[in-house]
Design a protein around this ligand. Structure first.
Ligand code: NAD
Length: 495
């Protein structure tokens, strides 16, 4: 495809598709083939302001639309997403690189969030108590906040906006989505579906862009709540700037997820599951296993088995059915991961399985790595602490479960921690003591279903209320307490 025929992506503001007036565009690139797919505008602050104003205007009627009617739009959106399920999964694979099955799994979880948000008439209910004093009643109601926005990362272009957006709309807020500039195509298709819903203009808006667009979101006075998912340094920045502007903020950051393997674990299951956790989505999941801590005799058996699993994983273009792992997102990302592997080797680790410079026939322009395993990683080394965000698993050996849990808890992040064992007592100890927001017991990617909140601890999360489920309902509403008394005298005079 030549540059001149490339599609230029549009924003969706106030119910209309519109070209950006941005002077700057980025290429959207297929990470497996290096084909340039489209050009995405880096929208200006003025364009973001227009979306915020449209959303603010729409809010006054949208909040008055009964919740039972608001969710009818979500029921229709679910049906449209089901109809376009394969197209959505295809686009995710084309722009993000993951396998088609991984993309399908992502869209399934997105749809699940729409389904859960359809229960808002129940989930948004308040509480009440009659006769807090004689003839006086008190009740708490939930009301929407106003305009809210999500700033999304590249690794789940279809799912992550849905951790927030369906709940925000169902609760009566209006909304702005800012996708990752690396993977903006999936939201283009989602918004084509949204455009068919017949929502009042301005209720939901799409603004493409990068830092300038984000800063305009952080500073716009009409935007009352911001959900961010991305790396920890940006999460910290967004949390502090938006909070200083008086906004409600939830920021999900990076991760370095450990899994512990005890000697009594089912070796076949543990290997299969941890390999999928470490190498699935090319290691670009915030819940990817990054460190495997073997305890005692698990060392030798697990090391041999995981090395075999890493070596035999089929790497290639995610649209091909036999492929089990796609590329990483950009050439810069691949280069960074290769440098980190080298740094690990220089700090004393053995590169047991080396996935650098792979030969993927037919895809020599793609950002491919093969699964990599570093053995004997020093827990104090940089490689044991830095988020790699690629298909690299570091092996650390310790003598006791107490040492392993202490290492888990010494990390700066707290997104996920998993234990593989057949011992209920060990599992309980781990569940009780491990410092992470998502715990897996014989589970490798402990991603909560849409009806549970999703978030990490420590530097993996800045804020209080999480995405998904009831937490999202609380995040997107503010409570109002009403204390009420009516004169009985008035009542008896009139009737
Ligand atoms: P990123 O932080 O680079 O970008 C995320 C978003 O922030 C994008 O929309 C981008 O446009 C914007 N952004 C980037 N730099 C900015 C800046 N300086 N100022 C303002 N906005 C900026 O993250 P990414 O590379 O797209 O995603 C990968 C990261 O996301 C990893 O660290 C991963 O662990 C994390 N992640 C976390 C979760 C979670 O639930 N905790 C889920 C998915 C991804």
């Amino acid at each position: 495809m030549t540059q001149s025929t490339l599609p230029i992506l549009q924003n969706y503001i106030n119910g209309q598709w519109c070209y950006s007036s941005a002077g700057e565009y980025l290429d959207v690139v297929n990470p497996a083939t290096a084909e340039i797919l489209a050009k995405v505008p880096l929208s200006t602050a003025e364009e973001l302001n227009r979306a915020a104003e449209a959303a603010q205007t729409a809010f006054s009627t949208w909040r008055r639309t009964p919740a039972t009617q608001r969710v009818q739009y979500l029921f229709r959106l679910k049906m449209l997403m089901e109809d376009q399920f394969e197209e959505l999964a295809n686009i995710i694979t084309i722009e993000c690189g993951k396998t088609l099955d991984e993309s399908r799994g992502e869209m399934r979880r997105a749809i699940e969030n729409v389904e859960i948000a359809c229960g808002i008439p129940m989930m948004m209910q308040g509480t009440n108590l009659e006769d807090i004093a004689s003839g006086i009643d008190e009740f708490m109601i939930r009301q929407p906040l106003g305009v809210a926005a999500v700033i999304a990362p590249f690794n789940f272009p279809g799912m992550i906006p849905f951790w927030f957006m369906p709940y925000a709309l169902a609760c009566g807020n209006t909304y702005i989505v800012k996708p990752s500039e690396k993977v903006p195509l999936t939201m283009q298709l989602v918004f084509q579906l949204i455009d068919r819903l017949g929502l009042p203009p301005g209720v939901i808006n799409l603004v493409n862009g990068a830092k300038e667009t984000v800063d305009a979101i952080l500073d716009h006075p009409a935007i009352r709540a911001i959900s961010f998912v991305g790396s920890t340094p940006v999460a910290r920045y967004i949390y502090s700037r938006a909070a200083a502007n008086g906004k409600r903020v939830q920021c999900q950051g990076g991760a370095k997820n450990p899994v512990i393997v005890l000697p009594d674990a089912d070796l076949e299951m543990t290997t299969r599951i941890t390999a999928d956790s470490a190498f699935g989505c090319a290691g670009q999941r915030c819940l990817a296993a990054s460190i495997a801590i073997t305890v005692g005799e698990a060392r030798q058996t697990y090391t041999e088995a995981i090395a075999e699993a890493a070596t035999s994983r089929v790497v290639g273009y995610g649209l091909e059915p036999s492929v089990q792992m796609g590329p990483v997102i950009t050439p810069q990302s691949r280069q960074r991961i290769e440098q980190l592997i080298q740094q690990g080797a220089e700090s004393g680790a053995t590169v047991l399985v080396d996935g650098r410079s792979p030969n993927i026939p037919g895809y020599d322009q793609g950002n491919f790595l093969r699964p990599t395993i570093l053995q004997n990683v020093d827990p104090a080394s940089e490689i044991a602490k830095t988020e790699i965000f690629g298909p690299v698993l570091s092996l650390i050996h310790l003598d006791t479960i107490d040492d392993a849990i202490a290492l888990v808890n010494s990390g700066q992040y707290g997104n996920m921690a998993c234990l593989f064992t057949n011992s209920g007592a060990a599992a309980r100890k781990f569940r009780y003591e491990a410092e992470a927001g998502n715990i897996g017991i014989n589970i490798g990617v402990a991603a909560p279903m849409a009806f549970f909140p999703f978030s990490g601890w420590k530097e993996s999360f800045f804020g209080d209320l999480h995405g998904q489920g009831q937490h999202a309902v609380e995040f997107f509403t503010q409570t109002k307490v009403v204390v009420e008394r009516w004169s009985q005298k008035d009542w008896s005079r009139r009737f």
